[in-house]
Design a protein around this ligand. Structure first.
Ligand code: ASP
Ligand code: MG
Length: 440
């Protein structure tokens, strides 16, 4: 029997009516002869409310206690969904993350899955049951409950799909798929039929609403991930190995009979607008989407002596504290000293500043400054690497819109600019239009 893992996000199970309608959807799939493991997030804003509650009794809630508290949100939704399934006449059972055999490391609040012992889930499936698993949680070797980080239920779902070798993992959410930009920011954004893991990883880690680690896992274990709306039957977006594999996107010859939507068939695309036809073909092929992340903070360590080991001295403590650092810029001036700037997520800023301020004196640095009100806007697309001109085009579009660029980084498939958050949404619209992503 085919096996599908379906994940329903918090907005899809926000109230009793929605839980019942999710139960009907799952039941219909089971009835059609497919085994289903459902993974759920906490109802609506439950996780935010629990965090608020924790902060109302403690300035810095104890990490272990906070994780055990947060894990209750998903227990509520998974048990209610199971009751609803049973009410509809289906055999179903709920399992917490620990019961489902999800083992993690001990990093509370951002635990990583170390392995899944899927025996229990397999036995329940074999007994003909729909299995409903609480997302976002696991258990350490010392039997402490952990959570995987905000939005982590996506990662639970893909990890279970990988462990069970499911046919695919379906992520049901409140939008119809992956768009060329956030439709709430760029109303002209188009839905993508499919996207490669690598591109999606950039789109996810830069703002689109999926837990980045779920895409990473999907890519490594080759789990096809289908993202669609839980409220409609509109076709969603398939995240998979586009072409022969993500990295082949660079070399795959693009011909008019190429069956990959969004890449092939450019000979028939209408050439309209102000640019030359040639430029437009290139745009259509190279830039897949505009990613946006409004949760960016920057720390600058000023006047660091220019000698070996100082970057290591700075970043090792951050790594030890599991704070991920994104854009790093260091440039040595003429006076033998250097400024090191880097970005972290805004939530990590207070802890990062504390750590950096504690090592700065040993480094002989002149000072530490930070800013919390930044955003990252990126153009993403496999294939940009081999074509000059994308970066300069991006900078020109931003300049024409009066957007000042603070930092720039590039990867093989992405060019990102750190800008002020106040201009972030305008920047997304400028780039979406400037790279003609609004046109089919
Ligand atoms: N409930 C958790 C959160 O809100 C996990 C999830 O939704 O995936 O972050
Ligand atoms: Mg949630």
């Amino acid at each position: 029997m085919p096996l599908i893992v379906q994940k329903y996000g918090g907005s899809s199970v926000a109230d009793a009516g929605k839980i019942l309608s999710v139960a009907r959807r799952i039941g219909a799939v089971r009835q059609a002869g497919t085994d289903v493991v459902a993974v759920v997030s906490a109802m609506g804003d439950t996780t935010d409310e629990l965090i608020e509650l924790a902060h109302s009794v403690s300035r810095e809630p104890h990490a272990r206690e906070l994780d055990l508290l947060l894990s209750t949100g998903e227990l509520v939704s998974c048990t209610l969904l199971t009751m609803a399934l049973r009410e509809l006449g289906h055999e179903a059972i709920s399992l917490s993350g620990p019961q489902a055999g999800i083992h993690t490391d001990t990093s509370f609040g951002r635990a990583r899955i170390s392995r899944i012992e899927a025996g229990r889930v397999r036995r329940e499936l074999a007994a003909g049951r729909i299995v409903v698993v609480a997302g976002f949680q696991g258990i350490t070797a010392e039997d402490d409950v952990t959570t995987l980080g905000r939005g982590g239920s996506d990662t639970t779902a893909v990890a279970i799909a990988a462990a069970l070798e499911a046919d695919r993992c379906e992520i049901y959410t409140d939008v119809e798929g992956i768009y060329t930009a956030d439709p709430r920011i760029a109303p002209d954004a188009r839905k993508l039929d499919e996207v490669g893991y690598e591109e999606m990883l950039e789109l996810a880690s830069l703002g689109a609403k999926m837990h980045p680690r779920s895409i990473e896992l999907g890519g490594v274990y080759r789990v096809p991930i289908y993202v669609a709306s839980s409220f409609s039957d509109a076709p969603g977006t398939l995240i998979h190995a586009v072409g022969n594999g993500p990295s082949d996107a660079f070399t795959t010859p693009i011909t008019s009979d190429d069956t990959v939507p969004g890449r092939g068939g450019f000979e028939t695309r209408p050439h309209t607008g102000d640019d030359t036809a040639e430029n437009q073909m290139e745009d259509r092929i190279k830039v897949t989407g505009i990613a946006y992340n409004a949760n960016v903070a920057k720390i600058t360590v000023q006047g660091v002596p220019d000698r070996p080991g100082l970057a290591a001295a700075l970043f090792e403590p951050l790594a030890d504290a599991s704070i991920s650092v994104d854009t790093i810029v260091q440039n040595t001036g003429g006076d033998q000293s250097t400024d090191i700037s880097f970005t972290v997520s805004r939530t990590d800023l207070p802890a990062a500043v504390r750590l950096v301020e504690s090592v700065a004196p040993q480094m002989g640095a002149a000072g530490v400054v930070s800013a919390a009100d930044l955003a990252a806007v990126s153009i993403v697309g496999s294939g940009m690497q081999n074509t000059p001109g994308y970066a300069s085009r991006m900078f020109r579009l931003l300049a024409n819109g009066g957007v000042n660029i603070d930092m720039i980084t590039t990867s093989e498939i992405r060019i990102s600019c750190i800008i002020s958050e106040a201009q972030g949404r305008d920047a997304v619209r400028l780039l979406h239009e400037g790279f003609h992503l609004d046109r089919e």
